[in-house]
Ligand binder design. Structure first.
Ligand code: ZN
Length: 254
């Protein structure tokens, strides 16, 4: 089913106060990202049916807890997405190791009327709504100020849902990407002018720098984490945005 919707603020998320370090953007590979495989249970000791099996589980790694999205919250979210003329489909739940997964994943193909969002993306409804609000409230108005009378036709991302740790490290905390809370924005495509990609632009003094500064600054109104060029080396080619829910409503925008 294809619908067009929109939704309000619902804070979900996880995480404590630790500052997120988010890594480079591997393209989503959902087939690899989610797995429910568990270690095989150990056989019981012969003749002792009640003997506990030896513990073969690997050492626990820091996991992540996906927020609960009630059906009523999802319905409200979808209604909001429709207001923003988002084109989306609700998909089957996804699960993975270390807390990865999305109970109610949404595929978003248009984030505003006539503005495609690609490649294929999966995220929580709340994430999609934050994205739609940012596009409608910040990116489209910024586009309207471009001198070429440009029309925004596409926003391209590097990853949405993917089961991985922060910065793609083998250990450490799971990324907000692993529960569908995060998006890596790579570039903006227009009719009427060349694309604007996210790259280091400090001091360029041109309209592209102004556009990038505007959409990045405005992103902090709609997301609780915004990282990009200058935050660290791994963010020089994209904007990482997520809706992590931190104590006290703390926002990390760099
Ligand atoms: Zn990211």
């Amino acid at each position: 089913m294809r619908r067009t919707y929109l939704m309000p603020l619902a804070f979900v998320a996880l995480a404590g106060l630790d500052l997120p370090a988010e890594g480079p953007i591997p393209l989503d590979k959902p087939a690899q990202a989610a797995t429910t495989a568990q270690p095989d249970p150990a056989p019981r000791a012969a003749g002792r049916p009640d003997a506990p099996p030896p513990d073969k589980k690997p050492a626990a790694l820091p996991g992540i807890t996906a927020p609960e999205d009630s059906e009523s919250a999802l319905a409200s979210c979808e209604a909001e997405l429709r207001k923003f003329q988002v084109t989306f489909d609700r998909l089957e739940p996804r699960t993975g190791e270390n807390g990865c997964g999305i109970a109610a994943p949404y595929a978003v193909t248009e984030i505003a009327k006539g503005v495609s969002f690609s490649p294929a993306a999966q995220m929580r409804c709340e994430t999609a709504l934050s994205l739609a609000r940012w596009v409608g409230g910040v990116v489209l108005p910024a586009t309207a100020t471009l001198p070429e009378s440009a029309r925004l036709k596409a926003i391209n991302h590097g990853s949405t849902y993917v089961c991985r740790r922060r910065n793609n490290l083998p250990t450490g905390k799971m990324s907000e990407h692993s529960i569908g809370n995060a998006i890596d924005i790579v570039d903006f495509e227009f009719e009427g002018r060349k694309p604007i990609g996210i790259v280091p632009r400090a001091g360029d003094g041109n309209i592209e720098e102004a556009f990038q500064r505007a959409v990045r600054g405005g992103a902090c109104l709609h997301f609780t984490t915004v990282l990009g060029p200058g935050s660290d080396a791994s963010h020089d080619d994209h904007l990482h945005v997520d809706i992590a829910d931190r104590r006290g409503g703390y926002r990390l925008c760099q």
